[in-house]
Design a protein. Sequence first.
Length: 124
Amino acid sequence: MWAGLLAASLGLAGQAQAKPHDDFNQRIDAELRAKDPALAEVFTRANEARVNDEHAKAEQLYAEVFEKDPWFLHAERRRCGELLEFGRRDEALKLCRGAVDKDPSAPNLGALAGAPTGERRTGA
């Protein structure tokens, strides 16, 4: 009985943790989609590549999004995380610092905090 309750509790906790991340992703997708629906599709493909551990593809797509919309800092920050996957810390640190300089938000600061050690912040 206790094992069943523990499993149910852990399942609910996992759902509770996923919801804020899902809400965040939906919000930033809507933000970009309102400005440029085609670019939002590129960002979606980058996120899918990231989830599927296709880091080279994700990095390239995030770069494409950021090049076309340099104020969409979510692409810059996520590209930073992808560069960390390849051990390119100096490049990643530069991108993370750039995001923080433009917007010292919690996601940007979190990405910057992990960049010197190569720690990737999930969900950012």
